[in-house]
Design a protein around this ligand. Structure first.
Ligand SMILES: [Zn+2]
Length: 156
């Protein structure tokens, strides 16, 4: 699946950024459930890791295939069962402190970022402000009001 298969200006802007050097450290994707936020974040992740010289993501190069099968060593997905606690965020930060295995960066997708506890958000804040290297975060949320304003302001 490629950017072109997702209609809308958000997809268009993200495609432009992922394929340029203007990619920033953190993106916040908000909106009602079922609107393709996760799909879009996953396409962005593949675009960032894809090795194709043509349109990215190509979905056929080794990096794309690893991501599609959930086996890319530099891709981290946080997916809460009930909530994301401070220990989950500390584990994440620890993983980010290790150099990427294959790519030049880690890409992190935090699903239901609005399920992070306030303590977890505070723990994440510093990493969002000064990430160790060119890591990129995608925060996905349906309830933007559940996120600390300081988190929101760090994200595009
Ligand atoms: Zn690819």
């Amino acid at each position: 699946m490629a950017f072109s298969e997702i209609v809308g200006s958000v997809s268009h802007h993200l495609r432009e950024e992922m394929l340029s050097s203007r990619v920033v450290h953190a993106y916040l994707l908000t909106g009602p459930a079922g609107t393709g936020k996760r799909t879009l974040a996953d396409i962005c992740a593949r675009a960032l890791f894809c090795r194709s010289a043509g349109e990215r993501p190509c979905d056929v190069c080794p990096a794309c295939k690893q991501l599609l099968s959930g086996n890319h060593p530099d891709f981290i997905r946080l997916k809460p069962e009930k909530s994301i606690g401070v220990d989950d965020v500390r584990d994440l930060i620890e993983r980010l402190s290790v150099k990427p295995y294959e790519a030049e960066r880690h890409v992190v997708v935090i699903e239901q970022a609005d399920k992070m506890t306030a303590q977890a958000q505070n723990a994440l804040l510093k990493t969002l402000e000064t990430p160790p290297g060119p890591d990129v975060f995608f925060l996905i949320a349906t309830q933007m009001t559940a996120l600390l304003p300081t988190i929101v302001s760090r994200c595009r």
